[in-house]
Structure formats: structure tokens, C-alpha cells
Design a protein around this ligand. Sequence first.
Ligand code: GLU
Length: 419
Amino acid sequence: MTIYSGPVFDMARRQFGVIADYLEIPEAERDWLLQPKRAIAVSCPVRRDDGGVSVFQGYRVQHHLALGPTKGGTRFSASLDIGEVAALAVWMSWKCALAGLPYGGAKGGVAVDPYTLSRRELEGVSRRYMQEMIPFVGPQVDVMAPDMGTNEQVMAWFMDTYSMYRGSAVPEIVTGKPVELGGTLGRREATGRGLAFLVGRAMERMGIAPGGATAIVQGYGNVGGVAARALSERGLRVLGVSDHTAAYHDPGGLDIDAIDRHVAKTGFLAGYSTQSLIDPEALLTMPCDVLAPCAVERVVTHVNADQIKCRILAEGANGPTTPGADLVFEQRKTEMFVIPDILCNAGGVIVSYFEWVQDLQQYYWGESEVAEKLHLALERSLHNVETRAKRDGLSNRTAAMAIGVEKVRKAMQLRGLFP
Ligand code: GLU
């Protein structure tokens, strides 16, 4: 029996099964590695603007504690449940281990649609959630960060709530904070820019020249929005973009500056234009060199995988591709370069780690130093993944996850299991 169920956790379990088979991990050890160490569920009562009270469910799952504090984002989303949070925590573990960060994985969030809240109510949810989590987090215990539906301001409220409880400023309790509060330069852009950097490397491998190359980006938040800009700055033509409000496609290329101005004003893609609208599902299967799913889990599945026409799949989101789709891509290994999520979007947590280190030392770096160290870390991870994939004839995903799982397994074995 387990409390973790649902399609997203099933997917994390199935992916892990593939790796565990390949690494020949004995059955008895599999639960030890996969089952999260801790899960916290809290009720967050929040005073509404109309005087009433709403109670929102909050979660935090800490996957393993073998290597250091746990680390991971906080998601505000209406459909959030403990299975999804647990899957995301497990993926954070493999991601941190692949990048060589001294963290276990965690993830948390609140089952609330943040766009239905006023700013005051959003602050109420954020503060109440952190307040409820105080006994279970800490700079050496579990360090939160932004994820879908949260941002720098939410991190500032988290930091303030925790610091008020401690009686002094504790910037190292969260990453992804505003720079003015001890956040690092380059964190906001890190995930999207890291994605574009890795796409650059993948294009070299595939012999695709940036001039004339094309991209489609699904999701236009902090990951997709920055990725679209970074790809266009690298000379790619962005043919399509979408978020949960609208999808646009123009074979001649979209005007990213104009789209960014619209999003900066309204928050969403909806209303940008009445031309070039396209069905969001159809956008994923339009021809392009680079397809970057940067929104939610399970959008590339066994149903649409054989219609995906990109040459590089750059997974900005966590878990956008199901194991069923992976089986289809396995047959197309030579014609398609998959940059798996735990590598492709690792820029975010890598720069979160830099932020934590700077906060602990009270010594802050310049933006170019952050970018340089980020590129080095991504280059190293990519090299490790490609070397392993080539050596054992694996897909990039299997190679990346195997490296992550192996590192966690080794740490757990060395620490041992006391009676
Ligand atoms: N939420 C991001 C992720 O999924 C960032 C986590 C972090 O920076 O701790 O990787």
C-alpha cells in the first residue's frame, strides 16, 4: 500500500522501473530508492477578500535525505495532488544527482488556482503555507524555490514568514528570491537560458545551423517565455508559442518582442493577436527543428509521439514525455535528439544551488560568473549523459536517469541501513 497514486506518480514509477531493470537493482532495494522519505499535508485556511474563509490543501514531499537538504519548487495549481507532488520530488532527486548538487529532491505546493486570487489573497495563501511548513523545512533541511504558479514575490513572502519566526533574516531558506533580498543574478532566466544553451549543443550534434532553424515553445511562463527569447537570440525563428490561454503559429516566424510586450502587460498570451491562432494540441505536431514543451507533464504521449516532427525535443517542463512516447522515440534515436527534462531544465536548480551557496556565505557573484558556472555544469552533465548513452546504447533519458539513480543509490548504500 502507498499513499502515492495517480497518473503522474505512475509515470515516475514506470520510468524508474526501466532504469532499475537496466541497472539490475534487486527488487527489495527498489522501494527503498523510490518511495519518498517524508510527505507533509497541511490545511491552509485563508481569509478571502469578501470576509469568508477558504481552506486550501498544501503538500510537501521530501524524497530522500542521503546527500544533504532536500530541494525543489513550490507549485500553486488547482489540480495538484500528493501523487503529482511526489513524482516531481522524485524527479528532482535524479535531476540534482545528475548535476552533482548536494541535495535530495523535494516538491511542494498548494491546490489552488493562483489566477483566481487577489494579490492580498495570494499573499495569504503563500504565508499560511510557509507557516504550516516551518517545522519541516530549514536551510539545512529543505529549501523551497518557485515552480508553476509561483514567482519571486511568493518566495519573498516565504522568506519573510520564515525569517519573522526566526527573528532575523534567513535568505537561505528559499531560492528564486528577488535579488534585493539575497536572490542571485541570473536565477530568473536560468532554466530558459540553460535550455537554449543545451539546444545549441544538440544542434551542433545534429548538424543544424542556427540561421534558418525553427522552434516551437509550449508554455510561456518563466521557463517557456525565457526559452523562446533565448532561442530567438541564438538566431532561431520561433514559429509557434502557447500557454493555457492561447496558441499562435506563423510559418514566417512570430515577433517575440511584440509577444513579450503583450505578456508583460496582460500576463498571458490571450489577446495578443486574432491572426495565427492555432489549436494548442496541433501546435505540438507542427514541423520544426526544436520543440520545447515547457508547461505541464504528459503532453507528449503514445498518442501523438509518432506525429511529432521536431529534430530536437528540449524538455523545459518536468515530465512532459510519457514512457509510452519514449518507446516510439526509441525507434527514432538517430533522427531525433531528446534533451531529457532532468538535464534540459536543470539550469533552474543549478542556479538555485548557486543562490543558496551565496546566501550561506553572504558573498555575492556577478551575473557573468553565474552564467559561466551554469554553462560549465550543464556541459559536464551533457557530456556524462552522451558518454553513457553511447557506451551502453541507451536513450538520453535512460542514460541521464541512470546516472542520477546510481548516485543516489551509492550514497544510500554507503550510509547504510541501520537496524
Ligand atoms: N521548480 C524548479 C524545478 O522543477 C526549480 C527547483 C529549484 O530551483 O529548487 O527544477
